[in-house]
Design a protein around this ligand. Structure first.
Ligand code: HXC
Length: 296
């Protein structure tokens, strides 16, 4: 069990919007911010789920949490809800966490299937970010944007192309706005998590029939193969980093996309990344063979 590494009031005075904050990683981040004293607003599509999450998180933390039913595929709804938030006070941070994804061979995807993902991840993230940014700029306020992307922004994402394309766009937005909005006191960063199991993602990315199939072929059933740290992530490891990135003490950090994946995506690099499977005896034999070649 990973614990928080910050003092209880480390985020007091912060007012942070988390999109997709009623479930999964979004909820974990919202709850972590609240435990550190921040006031939080969560957006999501399902009002009942949001209200229930907000009540539980309020109970657990003593901080305020406002649930707002907002579908970020709807640009008008975003603007209206953002105005409502700013009418009640200034937002200090935005976490672009809401996403959609499913695994599929790309040639099977219809234009509508692409839109189902891009309308949330690319368009929704852009519209939410601009709705907050425009108000920060107009009011002369500082602000911090944190977007949750994936390591596919660097490696590409076979079988998840609409997500990989959209998330790569969000990473480009992060770097662009760090420079464009930096002089206005607005910073933009991203975290690229590796596998941090949540029901929403796992049901769509590791559905049971797929788990059975890759398990039957002797590979990993739990998504940990190829991760140098040998395990999936703990939500607290993500929330510790996200909290730090949203704190005033982290104000010099901007334009960064930080991988948090136990080394998984780097492990795809180079010809020799699978050599961790060798033991000392293998290496003794290999070393002797190489030295014999050198001596020839
Ligand atoms: C092919 C598919 C499909 C599939 C849907 N479609 N599923 N095509 N294979 N498995 C097509 C449909 O046929 C339709 O196209 C179009 O997509 C829209 O389908 P809908 O059922 O109407 O989808 P919609 O209601 O828009 O919902 C899709 C969704 C949903 C938004 C993606 O699954 C959702 O609500 N997801 C939110 C939670 C989530 O996905 N979380 C995971 C995020 S994980 P046609 O042409 O037939 O009309 C993540 C990174 C994880 O982002 C990183 C891990 C390392």
């Amino acid at each position: 069990m990973v614990m928080t590494v910050f003092r209880d009031d480390a985020m007091k005075g912060e007012r942070i919007l988390v999109t997709g904050g009623g479930t999964g990683l979004g909820r974990s981040m919202a709850e972590a911010f609240m435990r550190l004293g921040a006031d939080v607003i969560i957006w999501g599509r399902r009002g009942g789920v949001l209200e229930e999450a907000a009540a539980e998180m309020r109970e657990a933390s003593g901080s305020t949490c406002t649930a707002m039913s907002v579908d970020i595929r709807n640009a008008g709804a975003i603007d209206e809800a953002m105005q409502d938030i700013f009418d009640r006070g200034t937002l200090t941070g935005l976490v672009n966490n809401a996403a959609g994804n499913f695994v599929s061979p790309t040639e099977r995807l219809s234009p509508n299937a692409f839109n189902a993902i891009a309308s949330i991840v690319a368009h929704g993230t852009f519209n939410t970010t601009v709705a907050a940014g425009r108000r920060w700029i107009e009011g002369g306020h500082k602000g911090s944007i944190l977007s949750i992307v994936t390591t596919w922004v660097w490696s590409g994402g076979p079988f998840t192309v609409p997500s990989a394309m959209s998330k790569a766009g969000v990473a480009a937005m992060t770097k662009s706005l760090a420079v464009e909005w930096g002089p206005k006191g607005i910073r933009a960063n991203a975290i690229a998590p590796g596998p941090f199991p949540t029901k929403g993602a796992w049901d769509r990315l590791m559905p049971e029939p797929l788990m059975r199939k890759i398990g039957a072929e002797g590979e990993n059933r739990d998504g940990t193969a190829g991760i140098p740290m040998g395990r999936v992530g703990d939500h607290a490891e993500l929330t510790n980093l996200a909290s730090f990135m949203m704190m005033p003490g982290c104000e010099y950090l901007t334009g960064e996309v930080i991988a948090l994946d136990g080394g998984q995506w780097l492990n795809t690099a180079g010809t020799f990344s699978n050599l961790s499977a060798l033991d000392d005896a293998d290496w003794d034999m290999i070393s002797a063979g190489i030295k014999a070649t050198n001596a020839e």
